[in-house]
Design a protein around this ligand. Structure first.
Ligand code: SF4
Length: 121
C-alpha cells in the first residue's frame, strides 16, 4: 500500500484523508487531512476493519470453463484484499471440483480459506 486518498464520511464536511502505512505508528497508519479525531478514526477503520467476504476466480484446467468462481470462508481485512486477490488470480486448479472444496488453505495466514463457489466436472 502506498497511500490512499478517501473522503471522510464521519460528518458532512467531508475532509479529504490521506492514509499512509506507517509502521512506527501504533495503529500502523498515518492519517493526514482530517480536521478532527473522528476523521483519524474513520481513516484507520477504512483500512483495517474487516471487509466483506471476497469473491474471485481461479484458473481452471480440464474443466468446461476457464475459471472457477471461489469465495473466502470469512471476511478479509481491507488492507489485505489486494494481496488475497493476487494469490487467488494466480492460483490454478484442475477439474473436477466440488462446491465447498478448499482451494487455498489459510490464505496469507488470515485463518480464512478460499473455497469453490460451485461444482465443476
Ligand atoms: S475529519 Fe472531522 S471535520 Fe473532517 S469530515 Fe471527518 S469528521 Fe468531519
Amino acid at each position: 500500500m502506498d497511500k490512499i486518498i478517501k473522503k471522510c464520511k464521519a460528518c458532512p464536511i467531508g475532509c479529504e484523508l490521506i492514509i499512509t502505512e506507517d509502521k512506527s505508528n501504533p495503529s500502523g497508519f498515518t492519517v493526514e487531512g482530517n480536521s478532527c479525531g473522528r476523521g483519524l478514526e474513520f481513516g484507520i477503520n477504512l483500512i483495517t476493519k474487516p471487509a466483506k467476504v471476497l469473491n474471485g476466480k481461479v484458473l481452471l484446467k480440464n474443466g468446461s470453463m476457464g475459471h472457477l468462481p471461489v469465495k473466502t470462508t470469512d471476511v478479509v481485512p481491507k488492507n489485505r484484499v489486494e494481496d488475497c486477490l493476487k494469490i487467488i488470480n494466480s492460483t490454478e486448479v484442475s477439474a473436477p471440483v466440488k462446491k465447498g472444496d478448499v482451494i487455498i488453505k489459510n490464505i496469507l495466514g488470515l485463518e480464512v480459506d478460499v473455497v469453490a463457489a460451485r461444482k465443476v466436472v
